[in-house]
Design a protein around this ligand. Structure first.
Ligand code: ATP
Length: 291
């Protein structure tokens, strides 16, 4: 599956939820879609799932526009943080309806997950706790087996143990059959090791798209004497820096080995920290993506 996003824009009155964003996703990979509140993540996922139309620009899934397009929509399953299902439906009806819609829906897996999460098939959605409703969403998302599966903060109310179960099953399923999983979350450190590629949105713009491996190799924290670090970061793409008593720590796009050879202390930057630094207020006017 190939997703092509071209100058994608969504405007609500004078507010740009997405502002001329362009990128391509084409591998069966686990993508982390990150950004602060209001960055435009849900807007993008809704457009990909064909729920809303762009104001300008285009989004294509294998060359087709998703909006009002059954052929695309049966290949894309979006699970949001809540209200995915009608309150009057029973759990088993949810499973049945989604299995009609998604051609590759795995009933067996759905049953296993319902039992793993202790979900009573005859319970109505309105009687489920927040965590149980999330578990039902996760069940549908994983069992849909859609080539593009999107989870938008899907685990509101789920405790840490249940979230871990979700990650384990997701990775197992992904191992069994690779697909594109787009995962948006604010619990970044909990899941960042699963990401194979990371996209960061900020105020409707894309500020970064990089493979996890490139991030590990090329985004580093370097610490040393102030002048030593200043010299090293000259002509490099700086993310942020901090000074303390003649010492300096800088987050920078740079070669790990080169930094070591300069005698600097080198560490990896946790993805959450990277997202926070890249989307700091003073960068608000910056919209060119780092790739
Ligand atoms: N239906 C709407 N009407 C007006 N403004 C909207 C609408 N939907 C989204 N927005 C605005 O667009 C911007 C992007 O919202 P979006 O929900 O895509 O962000 P997000 O990155 O998913 O945020 P969060 O992490 O808080 O879920 C926000 O400023 C939001 O207020």
């Amino acid at each position: 599956m190939k997703i092509e996003v071209r100058q994608l824009t969504k405007q609500y009155k004078n507010k740009f939820a997405l502002n001329h964003v362009s990128f391509t996703l084409e591998e069966p990979k686990i993508y982390g879609l990150l950004g602060r509140n209001g960055a435009g993540k849900t807007t993008f996922m809704d457009m990909l799932a064909g729920n809303i139309l762009p104001t300008k620009g285009d989004i294509f899934v294998n060359g087709e526009r998703p909006f009002d397009n059954r052929h695309v929509q049966e290949n894309v399953c979006l699970i949001k943080e809540g209200n995915n299902f009608k309150k009057e439906w029973k759990v088993i009806e949810v499973i049945r309806l989604y299995s009609f819609f998604y051609p590759k829906f795995d009933q067996q897996l759905a049953k296993q997950l319902l039992s793993k999460y202790n979900l009573n098939p005859n319970a109505k959605v309105k009687t489920l706790s927040k965590g149980m409703e999330s578990a039902l969403g996760i069940t549908v998302g994983l069992a849909s087996k859609t080539p593009i599966t999107i989870f938008d903060e899907p685990y509101i109310g789920l405790d840490a143990a249940a979230r871990k179960q979700f990650y384990d099953v997701m990775l197992q399923e992904y191992e069994n059959e690779k697909r594109m999983i787009i995962f948006s979350t604010h619990l970044i450190d909990e899941v960042s090791l699963m990401f194979e590629e990371v996209l960061i949105l900020q105020q409707g713009g894309l500020v970064l798209q990089k493979s996890a491996e490139a991030l590990r190799q090329q985004t580093i924290s370097v610490t040393g004497r102030q002048e030593q670090v200043q010299t090293f970061i000259k002509n490099k793409q700086l993310i942020s820096k901090k000074e303390f008593m003649g010492m300096m720590t800088a987050y920078v796009f740079a070669d790990r080995q080169e930094a070591k050879e300069e005698g600097l202390e080198v560490e990896s930057i946790p993805t959450q920290d990277l997202m926070i630094q890249l989307t700091e207020k003073e960068r608000e006017d910056r919209h060119e993506a780092i790739s």
